[in-house]
Design a protein around this ligand. Structure first.
Ligand SMILES: Nc1ncnc2c1ncn2[C@@H]1O[C@H](COP(=O)(O)OP(=O)(O)OP(=O)(O)O)[C@@H](O)[C@H]1O
Ligand SMILES: [Mg+2]
Length: 326
C-alpha cells in the first residue's frame, strides 16, 4: 500500500453566508494521479487553494505528507509544487532565466536539475527564448517545469489542460503519469471533463456543489459502465405488472449478490421501462421474456441499448449537486 500524501478531513469553507465546501474528506496516495472532477463552480479550485495555503480553512484539516498545512505551513509547502490559475512568469526573461529565478527561492535546486526538468517537459529547444514569445501550451509546460523543480512529493495542477491542443494534452498526460508511476509523486489534477480524467488518472473524486460524491478508480468506473451492465429497453402493455415479474425473476436468480445490485428497473411510463441487467444473465433473457408473456404482459419491443459512456454517468451523477446519491 502506498503512503498517504494528502489527507483532507471534514473540510468546510464558506464565502460570506454561502457554504461552498461541505465536510469534504479524502486521502490521496503517493504514486497516483488523482483527478478532482466536477462541474463549473463545484469547489475544485477552492479546495486546491486551501491545500496550497492560498485560502484559510474554516474547519477540518489538511495534511501534506503528514504535515498540517495550517500548523506548519512552511514545512508543508516544501513538499508541494503547484499551478493554480496562471503560473507567475517574467515575460521579458527567457524560459531558462525564469527557472533560474525560481530556483533561487527553493532549496537545493542544481543546474543539472533545471536541465533535467526542461528535458522532461519537452522545452529544450525553446528554453532560451523569451517567455513573451511562448504559446499558451509552452507557458503551461514551463509552469510544470517550475512546479517540479524542487522535486516535490505532491504536484497539484488546477485544470492543467486548459488551452492545450490534443498533442499538448497527451504530452502533459505522459509527463504526469511518469512523475506519479515512476517517481512516486502524488499528482492532483482538477478538471470538469470526464473524458480527460479517464485517460490521465488512476482514481477520480467526483465533487458537485461542494460535496464529494464518490471516489473510484477509473478501472472500476469503466467496468461498471461497460462490461458488467447491459441496458435493455422494453416497450410493453403493462409496465407495473412487468416490474413485479422482473423483480421476482432477478431475486430468484442463481448469481452472486453483488451482481444482483447492478439490477435496476427504470420506469418511464405505463408502457416503457428499461432494465440494467448484470451481464452474465443476458444470454438467458428469453426465460424472463417468456415469463412476461405468460403473465399476459404484451411485449411490443425489446431493444438492447448502447453502453453508456463515463461522461454520461458523470453528468447524471453531478446533476442537481448529486441529490440522487446523497
Ligand atoms: N473569493 C470568493 N468569494 C465568493 N465566492 C467564491 C470565491 N471563490 C469562489 N467562490 C464561489 O465558490 C464556488 C466554487 O468555486 P470554485 O472556483 O472552487 O469552483 P470550481 O470547481 O473550481 O469551478 P470551475 O470548474 O469553474 O473552475 C462558486 O460558487 C464560486 O462562485
Ligand atoms: Mg476552478
Amino acid at each position: 500500500m502506498m503512503e498517504t500524501a494528502i489527507k483532507i478531513q471534514n473540510l468546510n469553507k464558506s464565502f460570506g453566508k454561502k457554504h461552498i465546501i461541505k465536510d469534504l474528506s479524502m486521502e490521496l496516495k503517493a504514486g497516483e494521479v488523482f483527478g478532482f472532477l466536477g462541474p463549473n463552480g463545484a469547489g475544485k479550485t477552492t479546495t486546491i487553494k486551501m491545500i496550497v495555503g492560498m485560502l484559510h480553512l474554516e474547519s477540518g484539516s489538511i495534511e501534506v505528507c503528514g504535515v498540517d498545512v495550517e500548523k506548519d505551513f512552511e514545512k508543508a509547502m516544501a513538499n508541494i509544487g503547484a499551478i493554480v490559475e496562471n503560473p507567475e512568469m517574467y515575460k521579458y526573461l527567457t524560459g531558462m532565466d525564469n527557472l533560474k529565478q525560481y530556483a533561487r527561492m527553493r532549496k537545493g535546486v542544481t543546474k543539472e536539475r533545471i536541465d533535467e526538468v526542461v528535458e522532461l517537459v519537452g522545452l529544450s529547444n525553446r528554453i532560451n527564448e523569451k517567455v513573451k514569445k511562448y504559446s499558451l501550451g509552452m507557458r503551461q509546460r514551463l509552469g510544470v517545469a517550475q512546479a517540479i523543480l524542487h522535486k516535490p512529493k505532491v504536484l497539484i495542477l488546477d485544470e492543467p489542460s486548459n488551452g492545450l491542443d490534443p498533442a499538448g494534452i497527451k504530452q502533459l498526460r505522459d509527463i504526469l503519469k511518469n512523475l506519479a508511476h515512476n517517481e512516486g509523486v502524488c499528482v492532483l489534477v482538477s478538471s470538469h471533463l470526464m473524458s480527460e480524467m479517464e485517460l490521465m488518472c488512476d482514481r477520480v473524486g467526483i465533487i458537485a456543489e461542494g460535496k464529494l460524491l464518490d471516489i473510484k478508480t477509473i478501472d472500476d468506473m469503466t467496468r461498471a459502465v461497460t462490461a458488467d451492465v447491459n441496458v435493455i429497453a422494453y416497450h410493453v402493455t403493462d409496465a407495473s405488472k412487468a416490474k413485479e415479474i422482473v423483480d421476482e425473476y432477478v431475486a430468484a436468480l442463481d448469481i452472486d449478490e453483488e451482481s444482483k445490485t447492478i439490477y435496476k428497473f427504470n420506469v418511464q411510463d405505463n408502457e416503457h421501462f428499461d432494465v440494467e441487467f448484470p451481464v452474465q444473465i443476458v444470454d438467458e433473457l428469453w426465460k424472463l421474456n417468456k415469463k412476461l408473456a405468460m403473465a399476459d404482459v404484451g411485449l411490443i419491443s425489446i431493444c438492447p441499448q448502447e453502453n453508456r459512456k463515463l461522461e454520461d454517468v458523470f453528468i447524471e451523477m453531478t446533476a442537481n449537486g448529486g441529490d440522487q446519491i446523497a
